[in-house]
Design a protein around this ligand. Sequence first.
Ligand SMILES: [Zn+2]
Length: 437
Amino acid sequence: MRAGALSVKNEIRRNLLCAIQRGETLFPGVHGYEDTVIPQIVNALLSRHNFILLGLRGQAKSRILRGLIQLLDPEIPVIAGCEINDNPMRPICRSCRERLAAEGDNTSLAWLPRDQRYVEKLATPDVTIADLIGDVDPIRAARGGRDLSDELTIHYGLLPRANRGIFAINELPDLAGKIQVGLFNIMQEGDIQIKGYPLRLPLDVLLVFTANPEDYTARGKIITPLKDRIGAEVRTHYPSTIQEGMTITNQEAWMERDTEIKVDVPQYLREAIEEIAFQAREDKRVDRRSGVSQRLPITTLENVVSSAEQRSARLGETHTVARVTDLYAALPAITGKLELEYEGELKGAETIARELIRTAVGKIFSKYFGEVNFQQVIQWFEVGGELKIPELAATNQRFRQLCQIQGLTEHTSKLGVTNRKDEAASAAAAEMILEGL
Ligand SMILES: [Zn+2]
């Protein structure tokens, strides 16, 4: 079939079926949704439905919607110069219909690449019909000597400009009722009134939305006929295992840095970072309706690397291993991402964040050491052993001090330290054990 001959929903349907038959990865870069969210989206698309993703913050909703671009043809023909990407075979705007009638096969075409066929809008209460659908432009009308109700005086909004593509509205419930009605009319009949002038616009668009589930289901937030026209509600979720979470975090965090300082982040520390998010999502003092975004572990990991980088630069070292203290240094990456309940507010975000780190480290510590007996280490402290490590001690200095504690460094192999003489790795692991104890 010739490119551009199909409606956008049929085009996506055809490309999606091909991709599935060829065994391609749908939505590359999205993890943990293979058996839940993705099959439901596939069904919605195969059914040619508009759909909404219901989920909390940081659940890859935007990434999924942008991933739909890959399901479009690489490019399609449009009538050159048309503001709403008219189909050369079925133009809907009056100017294109007139041109086609006058110029016939000589009408000039342009090719529209797929990444220009995706339009995204964050809904806010102040979005107007003019923003979304269009406005009559009195200057244009005067210049052309046309009547205001003439279609040629319309200044198109975002939705018509997404014609023959995908239009995404984020946080749909924030859209005023009046605008929802306009949206519904366009979806239902292809008709819209602008400042009282009726206008026919049978647009060809796939409409996709996102919303917080509680906002969306709250009575009165979405007008019923609009809800009725959304073919599928797909619920997103946070990663269900630490492993899945780490896959996302490792993919998203900025780790390959442009400096000579090499920072290793041990596996146990990455697990602890991910565990902080899991703990926060379970914590009663954290507001569950807004959720705890996957951006929390991502920015925490980035901040942990930076903290280690900073220390290395100060000490004039070129290789370092991130430590538990770097987790505490990453507090600013955590506090802002927790919406607290009343009880949490009383304690303050910083206190809550510290507690979350402590619990997370404890949990990972038990995972690695469960039944291990650290009596010797505990005794060392009980008989008056004292660590005197300055805040900014060189790695070898820290290592020597920690080695004095009997029964400590021999356990570091459990944390993945293969060479006990590797001072940075051993010292970091030893500190992890001490923090865990
Ligand atoms: Zn046109």
